[in-house]
Each structure stands twice: as structure tokens, then as C-alpha cells.
Ligand binder design. Structure first.
Ligand code: ES4
Ligand code: ZN
Length: 327
């Protein structure tokens, strides 16, 4: 009703979106056909029916398989252009977009193909949609630190096309400390630093991402509530969490949206934001994440809507002068 209208119409930033997670089944099938790739599912409906995840790993298996249809620079452009148009429709005015180069270079797709396609979409988004967007290179934490260093080397000739680095994929057994040297190097290079932590992993992974990786923002981070001292630190230092409510329910981090801890995080003074994570897989883009979460949590009202939009700008990596105009 009225609140839903406010949520959908208000300008906002999206800070946690994996571009490969915006690949819709229709585009997966179109690209598979164009590129002569055999899919494990006979139809769009059969693929969509397989989106019944039990945990993070069961999702990642299907997500990496879906990304396997991307071959040419135009494929990467089409995927990102489609996301940017969806984001525009949700009144997203700024997006910081993750991409997973190792998923593609491991299949023989050159790094240049990936980033040039994505960069072309980002630039067209600025020009034609008036949507500011930038790219964040994510390292896959289930692979070795040496593999990540090699990817960083490949990326450096394109240093001007991404603003920072992140850490994603399976959290359990792949703690932040595995990538301490890599993140130290990225920091020296002037890259902005974020990391997934405290989605499936324990609260200690959040503290370690801050202390050992110097992460400036935590992706997910919802398990911080298991450590009251950590919550106090996040609030005091205004370290933002990029929370993804529909993702958390689809991957069974919470049993249902009504059990999500977003309202508690905000009440504790944590700079939380709402994001879509992998919208093609988790049942909705940004506005659906907002409306479904506000529907499920009665503590959330107009004040929190405004707070979440403001947090999204505060937590973004855009220049402070621009940020102030948006807030
Ligand atoms: C992801 Cl939800 C989530 N968690 C970790 N890594 C990811 N990559 C894409 N989506
Ligand atoms: Zn994510």
C-alpha cells in the first residue's frame, strides 16, 4: 500500500549484487543456444524448478553452471545491461556490482572479454540511464590465494575499470585469514575492500575480515548478532552490512522472512542496507527485497525505509560530495 509505494519510489543504492546472479533463465537458454552449449536442463521451466536450494553450496553449484553459458564480450554486456535496466526500474541511482572473473577465466574466457563487456554496460548505464555504477572484482574463496593473486595480475591492466575487490563463494572452511596477503596487496594498490562474512560462517569471520583483511564493508554479516561486542563495534565504527533478505531465506540462513534479524540490526545502530545478491535466483530484484521484508517485519516502517536508503548512500564508495547530494 502506502509504505510499499515509498519503498519502491525512493532513490537508493544497491551495494551487493553478483552480476552472474542476475542471469535470468531466459537469457541462460538464449546464450546456451547461441553459443552451442548443452545445458543439464531441458527447458526454462525445468531450470527454474531446480532453484530449490538447501544451503549456500547447493546454490553455488547451479549458479556456476548457469554462468557457463557466457562466452563473448557481448554476452557479458547483455547480462549487465539487463541488470542495469531492472535496477533503474527499481529507482536504484547507484550500483556497486560484483563480478567473479575466476568462474570465467577457468573456462578459458579471457579476463579482458569479461571486464570489457561489463564496463561497456556500466558506461552506457551512466550515459543512457543516468545510473551511476561501478564494478568490484570478487575472488572465489574456495580457490587458493595463489589463484587469486594470479587473477589480480590479470586484472591490473584494467585497474581503471573496477574500484575494489571482494571475497565470495563458500564461506565454511575458507576463512578470511586465507586471503590476508592478497588483501594487503590490494590495499597497497588503492583498491576498496569488502568481504562476504557471517552469512554461513561464524561471527568470528566478520571480526577477522575487519582485522585481518581490513574490509571496509561486510557483505551479509547477519551472524554478527551472535557476538554483542562485535555488534557494538560495527555500530560505533559505522561499518556497513550489505544484507540480502530474500537470499538469506532461499539459502536457509533464516527459516522465513519473519525471522530475519534486519530490524534488530537497525535497532542496535548497525549501518545495515538491503540488497538483492543474486536476484535471478532468489525471487526478486531490489524493490521486492524491500517490500517483502517490510511486509514480514512489523517493526519496519517509514523511518526505517528512509534510514535504509540513507545507509545505502553512506555505505557506498562514491565521493563524499556526491554522497551528500544524494542524502
Ligand atoms: C553468493 Cl549468496 C552468495 N554467497 C557467497 N558467494 C556468492 N556468490 C554469489 N552469490
Ligand atoms: Zn553475495
Amino acid at each position: 500500500q502506502e509504505l510499499a509505494g515509498i519503498l519502491c519510489r525512493m532513490p537508493k543504492a544497491e551495494l551487493h549484487i553478483h552480476i552472474e546472479g542476475s542471469l535470468e533463465p531466459e537469457l541462460i537458454f538464449a546464450l546456451a543456444r547461441k553459443n552451442g552449449i548443452e545445458l543439464a536442463y531441458p527447458s526454462i521451466e525445468a531450470l527454474r524448478a531446480a532453484y530449490a536450494f538447501t544451503d549456500l553450496q547447493s546454490f553455488l553449484d547451479i549458479y556456476y553452471a548457469g554462468a557457463g553459458v557466457l562466452q563473448t564480450e557481448d554476452d557479458f554486456f547483455d547480462m549487465a545491461w539487463s541488470y542495469l535496466n531492472r535496477a533503474k526500474a527499481d529507482n536504484v541511482i547507484h550500483a556497486e556490482i560484483f563480478f567473479d572473473p575466476q568462474t570465467h577465466t577457468a573456462r578459458g574466457v579471457p579476463f579482458a572479454t569479461v571486464i570489457n563487456g561489463l564496463d561497456r554496460a556500466v558506461r552506457r548505464g551512466r550515459e543512457e540511464l543516468g545510473l551511476s555504477a561501478s564494478l568490484i572484482l570478487c575472488f572465489l574463496r574456495h580457490l587458493s590465494e595463489a589463484d587469486a593473486f594470479a587473477t589480480l595480475e590479470e586484472a591490473l591492466p584494467f585497474r581503471d575499470k573496477f574500484i575494489g575487490v571482494g571475497l565470495d563463494s563458500g564461506e565454511r572452511g575458507n576463512p578470511p585469514e586465507k586471503f590476508a596477503a592478497l588483501f594487503a596487496r590490494c590495499r597497497e594498490l588503492g583498491l576498496r575492500l569488502v568481504a562476504h562474512a557471517g552469512e554461513e560462517g561464524p561471527a568470528s569471520y566478520i571480526s577477522d575480515a575487519l582485522d585481518l583483511l581490513q574490509a571496509e564493508r561486510i557483505d551479509h554479516g547477519v551472524r554478527c548478532l551472535e557476538d554483542p561486542q562485535l555488534v557494538a563495534r560495527l555500530a560505533a565504527q559505522r561499518i556497513a552490512l550489505t544484507v540480502c533478505p530474500l537470499s538469506n531465506v532461499k539459502l536457509a540462513v533464516f527459516p522465513e522472512l519473519g525471522h530475519h534479524n534486519l530490524a534488530r540490526l537497525l535497532a542496535a545502530g548497525v549501518v545495515a542496507t538491503i540488497n538483492s545478491d543474486d536476484p535471478a535466483y532468489f525471487g526478486g530484484y531490489l524493490n521486492r527485497n524491500f517490500t517483502a521484508t517490510f511486509d514480514a517485519l512489523p517493526e519496519l516502517g517509514a523511518r526505517e525505509a528512509y534510514l535504509l536508503a540513507r545507509n545505502s548512500f553512506e555505505a557506498s564508495f562514491v565521493a563524499e560530495e556526491t554522497r551528500k547530494e544524494w542524502i
